[in-house]
Design a protein around this ligand. Structure first.
Ligand SMILES: [Mg+2]
Length: 258
């Protein structure tokens, strides 16, 4: 059994843990209230790049999930930090318009950019686009992947994620992408710094075996997998990634802390 007595803070994944589709997971709001009543600091992390932070925050509040905007850590946020550290180089965006606005401060170059920022564009992927990105990378651009997700859960089931396209471009160019979202260690470090806690006092809770569980464990945190969202019993059983604990849903967290 995972000993949570020394835990002073939590990192949470949002999608699949607090909600699926447009529905809050039963008990999610109550778990949030419990954590608030105990004054346990939390940060909420997401690789979602389909919506801006502002839109996402409004949707969460509408579902009855009272998160503060300042508590949410997104992959675009991590990418903006990365680009600022690089001296604000030129970029080409492969993002939907809602997320593109978060990169307004960087110069755009659609021919010879220093970085190509890649996120979710739904079914906008096709051969001409892939070939254009291939040419840019061969010409010296670096892929800056907001994440490299394998699949995610929608109402109809699992759906293939952008990790396949990033990996394909890495394969044909022979050049590795910079990945800034989960499971990159820098992403977890950013969230821990904001909590002001060391990794051994923080537990990550997520539904993604690779991005949440493996990523957090590699960054020195312990990690709890929930059986909601993209969780699949068979995939978990077959994986070399071993969560420190598996719980049915986020609703079960308070009783572990009593
Ligand atoms: Mg998730």
């Amino acid at each position: 059994m995972l000993d949570l007595s020394a835990v002073r803070g939590f990192l949470f994944d949002i999608d699949g843990v607090f909600y699926v589709g447009k529905q809050a997971i039963p008990g999610a709001a109550e778990t949030l209230s419990f954590l608030r009543s105990r004054h346990i600091p939390c940060r909420f992390t997401t690789n979602t790049t389909t919506r801006s932070l502002q839109t996402m925050h409004a949707e969460l509040v509408a579902m009855g999930l009272s998160l503060d905007r300042d508590e949410i850590f997104t992959a675009p946020h991590a990418a903006v930090r990365f680009l600022r550290n690089e001296g604000s180089p030129s970029i080409h965006l492969v993002l939907n318009s809602n997320t593109s606005s978060e990169f307004a401060e960087f110069p755009k170059d659609d021919r010879h950019p220093k970085y190509i920022v890649v996120g979710d564009i739904g079914d906008g992927w096709n051969y001409p686009l892939m070939n254009r990105l291939f040419a840019m990378v061969m010409d010296g651009a670096t892929l800056l992947a907001l994440h490299k997700g394998r699949y995610w859960q929608v109402a109809e089931g699992l759906r293939m994620d952008i990790g396949a396209f990033i990996t394909g471009l890495e394969y044909v160019t022979g050049k590795a992408a910079v990945v800034v979202g989960k499971p990159s260690e820098s992403f977890f470090r950013l969230a821990l710094d904001d909590l002001g806690l060391p990794p051994d006092q923080v537990v990550m809770v997520g539904d993604d075996l690779y991005n949440d569980i493996d990523g957090a464990q590699r960054a020195g945190l312990r990690a709890i997998l929930v059986r909601t969202g993209k969780f699949r019993e068979g995939i978990t059983a077959d994986s070399t990634v071993k969560p420190d604990l598996i719980i049915d849903s986020i609703a079960d967290l308070p009783k572990l802390l009593r």
